[in-house]
Write a protein that binds this ligand. Sequence first.
Ligand SMILES: Nc1ncnc2c1ncn2[C@@H]1O[C@H](COP(=O)(O)OP(=O)(O)OP(=O)(O)O)[C@@H](O)[C@H]1O
Length: 782
Amino acid sequence: MHIVAKGNAAASAVSNPTSNQHHQQSLRRLGFCSQLAAGGAQHSSPIVFPEKRSKRVKSSSSKRIELTSDQPFENPSRDEVRIDIGGGIPAVGDEKSDLLGDVVFSGKLVWDKRKTSVSPDTPNGNPANLAPADVPKQEPLDAKLTSKALICGSTILHLDDVISVTYNAGLRYFTVHSYPIKKGSCGLSCFIKPKRIRKDYRFVATTVKDAVQWVGGFADLQCYVNCLPHPLASSKKQASSELLPIDTPPELLFKCKNPPKMLVILNPRSGSGRSTKVFHGIVEPIFKLAGFQLEVVKTTSAGHAKSLASTVDISTCPDGIICVGGDGIINEVLNGLLCRDNQKEGISIPIGIIPAGSDNSLVWTVLGVRDPISAAMAIIKGGLTATDVFAVEWLQTGIMHFGMTVSYYGFVSDVLELSEKYQKRFGPLRYFVAGFLKFLCLPKYNYEVEYLPASTIEDQGNRLGDREVVDMADLYTDVMRRSNTDGGMPRASSLSSIDSIMTPSRVSGDLDTTCSSTHASTEPSEYVRGLDPKTKRLSSGRSNVTTEPEVIHPQMPLSTTPNWPRTRSKSRTDKGWAGTISTQDSSRCSWGNNATNDREDISSTLSDPGPIWDAEPKWDGQANWDVENHIELPGPADDVEGGMRKEMIVPRLEEKWEFRKGQFLGILVCNHACRSVQSSQLVAPKAEPDDSTLDLVLVHGSGRLRLLRFFSLLQMGRGGHLSLPYVEYIKVKSVKIKAGKQKSHSGCGIDGELFALNGQVMSSLLPEQCRLIGRRVAYEKS
Ligand SMILES: Nc1ncnc2c1ncn2[C@@H]1O[C@H](COP(=O)(O)OP(=O)(O)OP(=O)(O)O)[C@@H](O)[C@H]1O
């Protein structure tokens, strides 16, 4: 292993400049962020956000030092405590220490562990009460700031855990604010959940200019910097020789960027009322530390969040909306966003989630975080994770409701409905009570289910010759118009109930199997029978229809469009996402295999920005989500926005809708794996939130024994429930469900909202994806 350059040489090169000009050049050469501040007004506690520094950091790569295993730190202090924050990162000197990334800056630092009093002037922990020359009498340690960590002596502080850095202009001190995971002591660690706690590390650089370099290095690495005025500036005290003049030269200030501005929608009833405490007590201070500007609105009733999201002026919260609560409040916000006049803008508004409800399956499953601090850090670190959105459409009325987690029918939706009655009396226990009662008097549920397996589309997508060209505009869905009218029952509760539904005490089995497996072509459902002739043929899988003119019946669903319902009457040009529909439809339907791969590429780009020097600033200026962060799937070039009629390719007449009819204990249509925060439950292990498919779980039959076996295996979280002989698990593009004759058991739950299942509903994915703020982390880490 080789040392490319000596870190201290680089450090001293900038710490002793001969002139201001030389100094600025040095800073530039090293890629630091000493950009001219916008005037001297920056003394007023500016919050600093890094600029696009990637190129500068990159260009300095020749001067960067590679951290290698044969470059041990010299003279580590004896009383130094090694803090391996984050776990699993090797100690400096280990053969894997290059995992800590490229060195951005190196030099000497003193880790000042003395306690300082916290005053109103120093809320961020910088030592205003210490005299500038009051440096602890400790030996300076070799220190390096790498792209992944700050290493001081044998201490490693991972940047993943860092929220921001506070620096007072003109001082040698700077403070790093972090929330590392505190592990339990060895004996208890397996019983105690790892928890993040705040830790502030104060360091003293060799010189003021060095301090600026260190802080600039953090800014280069996308850490937020709170740059405060000199502590003596206000008291007009004489600056010592070590201090810079009160009017700090502008080249030593970091350029201020607009801090992220977001709207927080907080459901004060979530999690039995703990959400307010969670937000104000735990999460808000973290956002403040990171410089976020938040406008907090507490909901006053069910539906408030939806109306807020549908009407909010996005220029007041250009960086997104943060939902504080359970899955229900997120669902409201999603539906509100999709109700906006400009739907394309609506769905592109990023959604952040702070879990504070009974269950938060979405953020846990998709981002891998389940505690509020980790969720806040994911938002602060930024990045976007694309997530499919499904629409459940009531085919007879055209009403739509959107979701990102799951829609469900049968026993679970019945329990949710019943649990509403016990909300006040039992709180979160209501699911258990309702589940138990429902279990004791378990009804029989009858449904007709039609589904379009995902593989059918992909197979057909490869057979170019068999495709039919359909005018894209005819397939455009007027989703907004119909989704504005909500129908059905009032909301009952969330999916969390699946987890906590029941532990039955009595079992009596009833092992009837009444499912029938029929092909849609031979036994179309009533709904399919009601379609126009062409649609019927499309749905039934016959392959001899080619060019006859298409008749579109208002209010009539079309089964040729597996991923989205088709348009009725809305004009094409005024709909924001028409163009993207064209692109995505094509990729979803016609080039299924390629599309899947391309989509994964795109998703991974979103989730992983690559090396830090290639990363864009996360909150750079005013967000323009359409342009800067638009998630677009690959597909043929189109120009719908320009008014051209687009064509898309739809698999021709080969859609093999499968048909099931009979008794079902439950039907679950999952958009992601549906992990539960409360247990190891995992409903759809193969589901991915961005794979353009839905995962259908059919629990056939009736009877308590079946139900008990299913739930017992479901709770184990190993997918055992899917191996039961009466459970089917299929990846699908679209599902149609219709209740049997027992109208009393016909609820439909969507992400915690409960609706009446009147007539037939169809679940399918929207062509656009939603953006959750944050990147996925490994589940174990949270
Ligand atoms: N101020 C309010 N008063 C009453 N209900 C509200 C209020 N704000 C939101 N709601 C409703 O509460 C529902 C549940 O919210 P959320 O999912 O955030 O909490 P939760 O604790 O997970 O609840 P649950 O376990 O019942 O789903 C939302 O769907 C919304 O309709």
